[in-house]
Design a protein around this ligand. Sequence first.
Ligand SMILES: [Zn+2]
Ligand SMILES: [Zn+2]
Length: 330
Amino acid sequence: MAPHSKESSTQETKEEFFEEKTEELNQKRETALKNNKIIIYITILALTYYHLAGFYGLYLTFKSVKWATIGLGFLLYFIGILGVTAGAHRLWSHKSYKAKLPLQIILMLFQSVAFQKSKTVQSWVRDHRLHHKFSDTDGDPHNANRGFFFSHMGWLISVKTDEVIKGEKSIDISDIINNPVLRFQKKYAFYVIGICCFVLPTAIPMYFWGETFNNAWHFNFLRFLLSLHMVFCINSVAHKWGYKPYDKNILPAENAFFSFAVLGEGFHNYHHCFPWDYQTSELGNKALNFTTWFIDFCAGIGWAYDLKTASEEVVKSRADRTGDGKFRVQ
Ligand SMILES: [Zn+2]
Ligand SMILES: [Zn+2]
């Protein structure tokens, strides 16, 4: 009898252990969901304000915003997008080139000007690496198969799927977490992003050419909103319309017109096939790719190095194998 009762008591202890574990996991999941919902409500409020302020800024543009303020807005749009494309995307997400410290600091500040979807470079990179690893499946945070609006901005105000939560734990972003420039941005995010994205763009026009606070503040929101939507378009528009010269079996497509607005990120079919290429476009296609000019310039002065690119043979053989026949390399 003795061994039997020992066995049954071990069995009970095991069951208790698993029950406790399950309860603990359920509690953790509930807390995570609660936190996720709170973030979603805050994001809805923030996005509503961005849009109201941006559209009011558009109205003021036709009414009373000074030309100098509009010029500064264009410059800041350009700088912010560059921080996302050359920095968060090509440098930090894909490691398609290496950057010396001064360039890293500049790109971190530029990315702060764009203040993408309330995120620092670190969370941007985590989401983007997930996007490439599980492209257009439930593990992709902005899965384009869930519709245009979801991939554009709906994902920011939706509860994460279990696959995304699991993916976030599996993805390696140790290089980003240990990067001192990005650690600084995360630690002082409130000040760095606040100053770069809102305080300076409002204060400069007021101080230097006497713009009103109302005009400077709301016009800056128009600039900010525009850059936000243009980057969102990479996940929505570039996953819906365009040619697929390199892989016709995936959603990402080539969209030259849109590429101009996002400084060269619209060659998305190519990018999903060759994500390590610093040009994110086929050979020589630099006309609409200002980010590539910028990286080439930085390489010229020694700030960027180890630029990676796919060879013509590799690109051509991929296009022959899986492309839609619209391959354009001369
Ligand atoms: Zn994509
Ligand atoms: Zn990418």
